[in-house]
Ligand binder design. Structure first.
Ligand code: FCB
Length: 436
């Protein structure tokens, strides 16, 4: 299976998960610093204080990317590096780090794709209510404007907010991600403010450069667990909360009515929607970044059940066909907007062998099957431009700390040595041949 000539193979990371240097060069604290330093919140009490030390090893990491032949690298910018407290004048030293990174990518022939927000909200903004506070969306737009002013023309593709749904579900429903709340009424108000922030950032970019911009959404194909009509109804609503709550608003300018009805007119979200908000949220975007890991099978009662093998990530089911279904559905329902896959991957029990190699056959099989599904989607007419494996290297996997290894590159944390896993060698071949 040969991919289109201009197809861009890449890999993805995020700031808090790899950078470390938590207190350097004027960086302020984020909600993930607070959360990970709170006893009991992360596995083994792991924090991102040092992580993969990418803040100091960035040049070496860029060389690794070049060695792999990556054509695109998706990373995120740390808001508290740029504005320690989330407001006011930008911290030049923080911006300089990303300038060096972006220039270093160009020097190596790798296209930068930058995410403005991958969950590391400045703690000072959490202290005034975080995403429950509508004003934080406007603070985000100011931050975005400062970043665009500094880097706008050097970065061809921007992503606004990484997985708003995960902030909603893990940060405010399950509480196992920062800020660690369990408050459903707050959660959906947060969903609205995150999307408002997205739309405001899109508008801020238009004022600054002609680069492209879009949202980064984790989407889940939802299938009924049986063929009863009530199960179809439950699946439709489940899909509303998982997918249409973000897709319909951003791409069609209206929240899905079934979800609004389910939340009810007294919910904080429905009361929090102001005139003109949907126009901002649906400001035209240039691309849609899709992150796919797992499908859902929905039961009559609106729960989910497992059908396929899982991984070290308890929430994952390995189902490559879901990639095809998801991509073709987006194109069918929302039109031919350019798509990029910005995350897809698998955690494996990787170990550094006595021979110095890291053998991860499960990851190779996983990626091969998902690449093949993406290829079929392209053949079916989906305008998919690029594919970023999660992740370039092992990193701080949020509440799971360093236990789960998602990288193509193994990180030996005590020495910070990087070792290409077998999957990385295999991926280099895929990229070189542009073929799976
Ligand atoms: C996604 C996150 C990413 C990483 C992967 C495994 O939800 O965006 O940071 O944690 O899952």
């Amino acid at each position: 299976m040969r991919f289109p000539d201009d197809f861009r193979w890449g890999a993805a990371t995020s700031a808090y998960q790899i950078e470390g240097a938590a207190k350097e060069d004027g960086r302020g604290a984020s909600i993930w610093d607070t959360f990970s330093h709170t006893p009991g919140r992360t596995r083994n009490g792991d924090t991102g204080d040092v992580a993969a030390d990418h803040y100091h090893r960035w040049a070496n990491d860029l060389d690794l990317m070049k060695d792999l032949g990556l054509r695109s690298y998706r990373f995120s910018i740390s808001w508290p590096r740029v504005q320690a407290d989330g407001t006011g004048k930008a911290n030049q030293r923080g911006l300089d780090f990303y300038r060096r990174l972006v220039d270093g990518l160009h020097e190596r022939g790798i296209e930068p794709m930058a995410t403005l927000f991958h969950w590391d909200l400045p703690q000072a903004l959490q202290d005034v209510g975080g995403w429950e506070n509508r004003d934080v969306a406007y603070r985000f737009a100011d931050y975005a404007a400062a970043v665009f002013e500094a880097l706008g023309t050097a970065v061809p593709d921007w992503l606004t907010i990484n997985e708003p749904k995960t902030v909603v579900q893990n940060g405010y429903l399950g509480g196992h991600h920062a800020p660690g709340l369990r408050d459903p009424d707050a959660a959906y108000l947060v969903a609205h403010h995150l999307q408002l922030a997205h739309g405001l950032a899109v508008r801020a970019l238009r004022a600054e450069s002609d680069a492209r911009i879009g949202p980064a959404l984790n989407l889940h194909p939802c299938y009924p667990a049986d063929d009863r009509p009530e199960t179809a109804t439950a699946t439709r609503l489940y899909d509303g909360y998982e997918n249409r709550l973000y897709l319909d608003s951003i791409l069609r300018g209206a929240y899905p009515q079934d979800v609004l009805d389910d939340l009810g007119p007294r919910s904080r979200m429905v009361r929090g929607i102001r005139d003109g908000d949907l126009a901002v949220i649906s400001s035209p975007v240039d691309l849609l970044a899709v992150q796919y890991y797992t499908p859902y099978y929905v039961t009559t009662g609106g729960d989910t059940e497992k059908r396929w093998p899982t991984s070290e990530a308890f929430w994952q089911q390995i189902f490559p066909e879901g990639m095809f279904d998801l991509l073709t559905r987006i194109t069918r329902d929302y039109g031919p907007i350019p798509l990029t896959i910005t995350e897809n991957g698998l955690p494996c029990p990787d170990e550094l062998g006595a021979d110095g190699a890291v053998s991860d056959p499960g990851r190779i099989e996983f990626l091969r099957d998902h690449f093949a599904a993406a290829h079929r989607a392209i053949e079916a007419g989906v305008p998919l431009e690029s594919y970023h494996v999660w992740s370039l290297m092992d990193n701080f996997e949020w509440a799971e700390g360093y236990d789960q290894r998602w990288g193509l590159v193994y990180v030996d944390y005590p020495t910070q040595r990087r070792i290409l896993k077998r999957s990385a060698h295999w991926y280099r071949g895929v990229i070189k041949d542009n073929t799976v």
